[in-house]
Ligand binder design. Structure first.
Ligand SMILES: O=C(O)[C@H](O)[C@@H](O)[C@H](O)[C@H](O)CO
Ligand SMILES: [Zn+2]
Length: 299
């Protein structure tokens, strides 16, 4: 029997926390605060957090094999040197769409950095529709575009056998799957594996666990849900004491803990009083299932 424990480990007051990534080498959690233009690194042993401010909204961060990190900043795929806080642009997308920015991103099992774009929001989930696209940055820094017409490009991950790519366009209220060719980075045969229920609100960030089940953070739903992508059934709901849960990843010893990011933006003052930990980093233990290590960008 597992007893689930949920605690706010870092009261960071993120306007929109996103893209949690566990870095085993430093026992740290990386994450971003998109509108605050910050990449943060929280050391789970010392409880210290370091922050790097960049010059545009930063929507995702990932490990890099050759050291440092990669991040999606504005509409650019960038390399981030943590030591001197310098940023180098690797590639740019959506040059004809001045109001666009990247949103969620993650590295595939062979080291390509996937990330999608969206129009900038005027309020949470209020934006010009169909402006986004999904891209990946190959290790040689060339960019592949998969499709356009995306509203809010969000959660992404790959099946344990690397043959399926899971993807969320938030305003479709659906978790989708594609066949995935790891050799070429091609996707095909899009289908829905789960449609969110009304009280689950908007699907946002996502990660896979060591049993191949998907965990989806539900924006406005104040929860993460565990889905079986093979049966299309929800297996578990874990509620958090904040409404705007944005993303999740596994980390800690053997990837046995789950970390969840969330947002403060969009909450009125009354809601903020009821959920003072909004924008913090949450740790969930006792789930009884582990995650897998994040893949580093190979370029
Ligand atoms: O973090 C994201 O994915 C978006 O940038 C956010 O703005 C919200 O999560 C979105 O509004 C909810 O769908
Ligand atoms: Zn998101």
């Amino acid at each position: 029997m597992s007893s689930i424990k949920i605690e706010c480990v870092l009261p960071e007051n993120c306007r929109c926390g996103e893209s949690p990534v566990w870095e085993e080498a430093s026992n740290s959690l990386l994450f971003v605060d998109i509108p605050a233009r910050k990449v943060c690194r929280w050391n789970s042993l010392t409880k210290q957090v370091q922050r790097v401010t960049v010059d545009a909204p930063v929507s995702s961060v990932a490990l890099r094999q050759s050291g440092g990190y990669v991040a999606t900043i504005g509409t650019k795929f960038c390399a981030l040197n943590w030591e001197d806080q310098s940023v180098v642009v690797l590639a740019a997308v959506d040059k004809d769409k001045k109001n666009n920015r990247f949103n969620d991103g993650k590295v595939d099992p062979s080291g390509r950095y996937f990330a999608g774009t969206m129009a900038e929001e005027t309020a949470p989930a209020v934006l010009e529709r169909h402006q986004g696209s999904l891209y990946s940055l190959f290790p040689d820094h060339h960019v592949k575009k998969y499709f356009d017409q995306v509203d809010i490009s969000n959660g992404l991950d790959w099946s344990l056998d690397h043959k399926i790519f899971y993807y969320i366009d938030s305003l479709s209220y659906s978790v989708d799957a594609f066949d995935y060719d790891l050799q070429t980075g091609q996707i095909s045969n899009r289908r829905s594996v789960y449609k969110l229920e009304k009280e689950e609100h908007i699907p946002d960030g996502m990660c896979i666990d060591a049993e191949g089940k998907l965990w989806v953070a539900c924006y406005n739903g104040g929860r993460v849900i565990r889905l079986d992508p093979e049966t299309g059934k929800r297996l578990q709901t874990v509620k958090l004491p904040v409404d705007k849960t944005t993303s999740c990843c596994f980390g800690g010893k053997d990837y046995s803990e789950m970390y969840v990011t969330c947002a403060r933006d969009g909450l009125d003052s009354e809601s903020l009083l009821r959920q003072p930990e909004a924008g913090g980093i949450f740790k969930i233990t006792g789930l009884g299932v582990k995650g897998i290590a994040p893949y580093p960008y190979a370029g």
